[in-house]
Write a protein that binds this ligand. Structure first.
Ligand code: ADP
Ligand code: ASP
Ligand code: MG
Length: 416
């Protein structure tokens, strides 16, 4: 008997029919003698719908109130799932984040989990109940409801699994594992049986939405075995087969296997680029530009500063597209005049494409292969950044899918 956490995403919870299927699948695992905690997301489209209501009233709503709204989607899901389980004869109890309690900091709409109380959950599990906990939401020390950022139910699930010292965290979703790239963009994408924690971390941080990045961080910090698998199979498929299906995040590199150079291609459509030009080239300038941007809680990603000409240089960086307008406002009001920049221009129609793989450490020529492939497609590279196991390029958003497909082919990823 083991304690196992199941997470079901929005599509998996997308209708009452699907919720009944989730109940059957969960019941199957419970019948096999396991203790089961389930962390569901809101029904698909629901989080967008309710946040959309707020935006109909006000352009920039108070984040505290946005969390009050956003958290309700998951609350409906847990209640429905508990009812579905009870309807098939299982004892089940649902909890909102604050009832558990899942404590977070007060960074509304992107809160971080600080601690999880396991007392109630353990008590219920020991009494034979299936425990269902809302994904995505938590509560501050002061009792305010928070949410963990889009896709945050993944993080709730892995964090709950870590807090309960579960044997495994199973992330059930609408694809049957982690692929070399998004199978919706490249039909030849191939499912990976395992992916190293480091690679998954890079892929998630570079835009692969299959797992929220913080869930991968939790998995790494607590060495929590985490598997991504399909919720759309027959819920009654044999448990032994299901338990080995999908993609396992591994914490060791498989040294026996011939390492593929590139494991995955990630992309992020939602980037924006800002250039501050004619900036005096002297100490402190980068700080004077990016300090106010950071103070406005805007994350900066790629950064380039050009070689200066006659004491002046250009400074370019990227921000998430939904923060673009705010970043431009901050620069116009708090930065441009102070540093005597000639001007500020921006482009909110750029995307980032990245190739990822631990095999890069032992192979040379990956970057040149990538750049040649893009040049053969006539795609201009606007910015480049690298780490030990990834190379990212910023390109015009209209070439993003073409770039992903061309690179997938160029690195022979469909048939490794
Ligand atoms: P859920 O609602 O279950 O959390 P998400 O939509 O958040 O599901 O994540 C699953 C989706 O992630 C898939 O439908 C797929 O389109 C997308 N995706 C992006 N990159 C990958 C990848 N490398 N492997 C698998 N799926 C990916
Ligand atoms: N419902 C939330 C969202 O749509 C959390 C999640 O699905 O993981 O972002
Ligand atoms: Mg998700």
């Amino acid at each position: 008997m083991a304690l196992i956490v199941h997470k079901y995403g929005g599509t998996s919870m997308g209708s009452t029919e699907r919720i009944k299927n989730v109940a059957k699948r969960v019941a199957k695992w419970h019948d096999a003698g396991h203790q089961i905690v389930v962390v569901p997301s809101a029904m698909s489209g629901e989080t967008n719908r309710i946040l959309g209501l707020a935006k109909e009233i006000c352009d920039q709503p108070d984040p505290r109130e946005l969390d009050v709204i956003a958290a309700t989607g998951e609350q409906v899901s847990v209640g429905l799932l508990a009812i579905a389980l009870q309807a098939i004869g299982k004892q089940a109890v649902s909890y909102a984040g604050w009832q558990v309690a899942i404590k977070t900091d007060a960074a509304h709409t992107k809160a971080r989990i600080a601690s999880i109380d396991d007392v109630k959950v353990k008590r219920d599990l020991d009494a034979g109940k299936i425990v269902i906990i809302t994904g995505f939401q938590g509560v501050t020390e002061d009792g305010d409801i928070t949410t963990l950022g889009r896709g945050g139910s993944d993080t709730s699930a892995v964090a709950v699994a870590a807090a309960l010292k579960a044997q495994e965290c199973l992330i059930f979703t609408d694809v049957d594992g982690v692929y070399t790239t998004d199978p919706r963009v490249v039909t030849e994408a191939r499912r990976l049986n395992t992916v190293t924690f480091e690679e998954m971390l890079e892929m998630a941080s570079l835009g692969s939405k299959v797992l929220q990045i913080r869930s991968v961080e939790f998995a790494g910090n607590y060495k929590m075995p985490t598997r991504v698998l399909s919720s759309l199979t027959d819920p009654l498929i044999p448990l032994e087969i299901e338990a080995k299906s999908g993609t396992l995040i591994s914490f060791e590199e498989d040294t026996n296997m011939e390492q593929a150079t590139i494991t995955g291609i990630a992309f992020n459509r939602d980037e924006a680029k800002i250039t501050v030009f004619g900036v005096p080239d002297r100490p402190g300038i980068a700080y004077q530009i990016l300090g106010p941007v950071a103070d406005a809680n805007i994350e900066v990603d790629m950064i380039i500063q050009n070689q200066s000409v006659e004491g002046k240089t250009d400074f370019t960086f990227t921000v998430p597209r939904n923060e673009y307008t705010k970043a431009m406002q901050v620069l116009a009001s708090d930065v441009q005049a102070q540093i005597h920049a000639t001007g500020i221009i921006g482009d909110a129609k750029v995307s980032k494409v990245s190739v990822v793989g631990v095999g890069m450490r032992s192979h040379v020529g990956i970057a040149s292969h990538m750049f040649r492939t893009l040049s053969e497609e006539g795609i201009n590279i606007q910015m480049i950044s690298t780490s030990e196991i990834k190379i990212s390029v910023l390109i015009d958003e209209k070439y993003m899918e073409l770039a992903v497909r061309a690179l997938h082919k160029a690195f022979g990823m469909e048939n490794q």
